[in-house]
Design a protein around this ligand. Structure first.
Ligand code: C2E
Ligand code: MG
Ligand code: MG
Length: 685
């Protein structure tokens, strides 16, 4: 069950999850662009270099062929031109011939301009005759060629005077080429040839873009493939992340919540109470802690079973939560204990109102597994500041107040008072003292006689447990039976009671009172113990008492759970020969129905009921009906707590079989019983 309205555990700073796909997309996009640009630039650089080399070589070959075919004719003119002026050179009749021949030979080739230099750097010839006579001796290309190397370079010209006229926006490769008639001779002159590579470059560029396009397409395909892989991986990673987060949340939830009710648990309570106290002290306001404990939960658990107990707790938790404000915090501390933190409680009456509402809601009948169950709660209230400065202290005091509320009767709340601490300490001390009492034989039995209503003679004795404590004196069972049950001592002490009572009865029988029955109270803890029937059998055998003189007193609540098992246990006990009595009839479910199902011998009407018949006709009528039914079922009715002759008279009239009460005798010691039995009235208390 999930309880609503308690605020979330911790505010967690959300951690932005790492998204692989996004990271991959960005990184690979940048990578693709960089790779493509680098590839493009490298390829371009390489292809231009290759073009220049290639064209430079072509220029050199062309020039060599050209020079070979005409050098002999013009060698004299070129080599002797040193020191001549432009006008002189152009006016030379060789010049137009050379010009003519060059143009004829270069026509139809990529060559756009041809220049011929004298070894001194003088421009002897140029298809652009304005340049004739210029000095190029300082030019690096010229000097390289003079040293025997062919030097090529690419340039871009917006306007260029080619020998076929002015051309614009051209990419040109110019090469300085040495002219050497013998392969290893010194250059006799230098040619400078310009080739127009614009068209080649355009084609080259086109090829570059095509390569870049193909590379881009390949990278894009690779990217898409990897993207789909990464996306899949990303989906798996994020699913795993979600699963891990869900598991972590589940673990956190389990650590801080009670599985049964879904409420925050004791661990979380400790944290929140501390926080609430610090907050209240900062703001200068008060807060309150309510400690809620169910009053008859153990009885439901013992009688209806654990599944019913669980269902009851879930319903109680739901009812409490429904009666709180959203800002109030509810916790299950374990077992049948709950705590409520009221934040910002200004007057303490607010806490009292909440306690009232919770008590009212919990006290309403709850229907569980076809049983109508009613439980009550006791609530202890401790308020900060005043009742404690720390979470521990406040809890301890609310707990002490709760015990005090319990002591004042069911379904109450109590505010903490300083003197309550002492009592809480006492309770813990009591548990330890009871353990010691069992060891040191401080438990004793008193016996209360039961009288036949007609003969007014003793027919049975009820064994009642007492604690004879050196400091406290004689302690009544009401003060410690509950603690014996809770601390797990009840089975041992109960067995001691049965053995001691049977041994005592056996002595009375041997003393001449052979028909006296002994009745022993059995707690639910003992009755549910699988070893119980065996214990009863052993005690009867050990003490040698007649089994039909042993009576076991069960309470109503033990009978209504697990009918089959209860019937089987009662049948096994009856098979031993013992008698069964229903004790305290009228205080529990008072359902006459179950009397049909169980083979019981006695019905002990509770004192409160007996007292009630003096108060009204209605109680009398109910008592009469019970008497009739019991008679029909052949069950003997025992009236408990008879204190007045009037009560004795009434129950005698309705065919009640036996009396037990202070009117006849209080519980007394074994010796006193012996005295009474032997006619000594001093034995009567
Ligand atoms: P119970 O079994 O109903 O016992 C009767 C109780 O009523 C006894 O209280 C007895 O002293 C008291 N009583 C009897 N007649 C009168 C009367 O006329 N007026 C008043 N005011 N009281 C009367 P006691 O001895 O204090 O025992 C209380 C309860 O403790 C018992 O109620 C029984 O439930 C439980 N108890 C006692 N001894 C044992 C034991 O050995 N084992 C278990 N499991 N429970 C025990
Ligand atoms: Mg009894
Ligand atoms: Mg009783």
């Amino acid at each position: 069950m999930q309880m609503a309205a308690n605020p979330p555990l911790h505010l967690q700073v959300p951690v932005k999850p790492f998204r692989l796909t996004r990271f991959f997309s960005l990184a690979s996009l940048i990578g693709t662009v960089i790779v493509t640009i680098c590839l493009f630039l490298t390829y371009r650089e390489l292809s231009i270099r290759q073009l220049v080399e290639h064209e430079g070589r072509a220029n050199a070959d062309l020039t060599r062929a050209f020079a070979n075919s005409m050098w002999d004719d013009y060698r004299g003119f070129i080599m002797s031109a040193g020191g001549r002026t432009r006008g002189d050179l152009i006016a030379d009749p060789v010049f137009p011939r050379l010009n003519n021949e060059v143009r004829i030979k270069m026509a139809g080739t990529k060559v756009a301009k041809v220049k011929i230099y004298h070894r001194s750097g003088l421009t002897v010839f140029s298809t652009d005759d304005k340049q004739v006579g210029e000095d190029k001796s300082g030019n690096a290309g010229f000097r390289g060629a003079l040293a025997g190397k062919t030097v090529s370079q690419i340039v871009f010209r917006e306007k260029f005077d080619s020998f076929e006229g002015v051309i614009s926006n051209r990419n040109l490769i110019f090469s300085y080429i040495p002219v050497r008639p013998a392969a290893d001779g010194t250059p006799e002159g230098v040619f400078e040839v310009y080739s127009d590579v614009t068209d080649l470059l355009v084609q080259e560029e086109k090829a570059q873009w095509q390569v870049a396009g193909v590379v881009l397409a390949l990278l894009a395909t690779l990217y898409l493939f990897l993207f789909s892989v990464v996306r899949k991986a990303d989906a798996i990673i994020s699913r795993q992340e979600q699963e891990r987060e869900a598991q972590a949340q589940e673990v956190r939830h389990l650590a801080y919540h009670d599985v049964l009710t879904g409420l925050p648990n004791r661990a979380y309570f400790g944290e929140r109470l501390g926080e609430t106290i610090s907050m209240a002290s900062r703001k200068g306001v008060s807060c309150a802690l309510l400690f809620v404990d169910l009053d008859r939960f153990k009885m439901v658990n013992d009688s209806l079973g654990h599944a019913a107990g669980d269902a009851l707790l879930v319903e109680v938790a739901r009812r409490i939560r429904a009666n709180l404000r959203n800002s109030d915090l509810l916790f299950r501390m374990g077992g049948d204990e709950f705590t409520i933190i009221l934040q910002d409680v200004v007057p303490p009456e607010d806490a009292a109102h909440v306690a009232d509402r919770v008590l009212d809601a919990v006290g309403q009948t709850i229907s569980i597994h076809e049983h109508e169950v009613s439980v009550d709660a006791s609530i202890g209230i401790a308020v900060f500041p005043g009742d404690g400065d720390s979470a521990d202290e406040l809890l301890k005091h609310a707990d002490a107040a709760m015990y005090s509320a319990k002591e004042s009767g069911r379904g109450n709340y109590a505010f903490f008072r300083r003197d309550m601490n002492r009592r809480a300490v006492n309770r813990l001390g009591l548990e330890a003292a009871l353990k010691k009492a069992h060891r040191d034989n401080e438990f004793v039995l008193h016996y209360q006689p039961r009288y036949d209503t007609k003969q007014r003679c003793i027919v049975a004795l009820e064994a009642l447990l007492r604690w004879q404590n050196p400091e406290r004196g004689l302690v009544a069972p009401g003060e410690f039976i509950g603690i014996l049950e809770e601390s797990g001592m009840m089975n041992r002490v109960g067995e001691w009671v049965l053995r001691t009572a049977c041994a005592q009865a056996r002595r009375w029988h041997e003393g001449g009172d052979g028909a006296l029955r002994i009745s022993v109270n059995v707690s639910a803890v003992q009755f549910r113990n699988p070893a119980f029937v065996g214990v009863v059998r052993d005690v009867i055998a050990e003490t040698g008492i007649g089994a039909n003189l042993v009576e076991l007193e069960l309470t109503e609540s033990m009978l209504i759970s697990n009918m089959e098992q209860t019937r089987a246990t009662i049948a096994a006990l009856k098979a031993l020969g013992v008698r069964i009595a229903i004790d305290d009839f009228g205080t529990g479910y008072s359902s006459l129905n179950y009397l049909r199902h169980f083979d019981v011998d006695y019905l002990k009407i509770d004192k409160s009921f007996v007292t009630g018949i003096e108060g009204g006709v209605r109680d009398q009528q109910v008592a009469i009906a019970i008497g009739e039914l019991a008679r029909a079922l052949q069950i003997t009715v025992v009236a408990e707590g008879i204190e007045t002759e009037l009560q004795a008279q009434f129950f005698s009239n309705i065919h009640c079989g036996e009396f037990q009460g202070f009117l006849f005798s209080r519980p007394v010691t074994g010796e006193q019983v012996s005295a009474i039995l032997h006619g000594d009235p001093a034995g009567l208390a």
